[in-house]
Design a protein around this ligand. Structure first.
Ligand SMILES: [Zn+2]
Length: 74
């Protein structure tokens, strides 16, 4: 089974439905058992949905990196 670090590393591909079937199944199994990763995925999904509505110059790449780092370390 995947550990939490492996899940967060694959989270973007999971949301983009870009993971192979086997990894997708492993992700779902982990997500059924781990509320931390479910919360992380929920937050990542919210960010992905919110980003298109923001002006492209409003958030620097450094700020995005800091937000992602903080979400990963919650
Ligand atoms: Zn987890």
């Amino acid at each position: 089974m995947l550990n939490c670090r492996q899940v967060t590393d694959r989270a973007s591909d999971y949301l983009d439905e870009a993971l192979p079937f086997g990894e997708r199944v492993q992700m779902r199994l982990h997500l059924m058992l781990c509320h931390h990763c479910r919360r992380y995925l929920r937050q990542l999904r919210a960010i992905v949905r919110a980003l298109p509505g923001l002006p492209k110059t409003a958030v620097s790449e450094d700020t995005v990196r800091q937000v992602v780092h903080r979400l990963k370390n919650q």
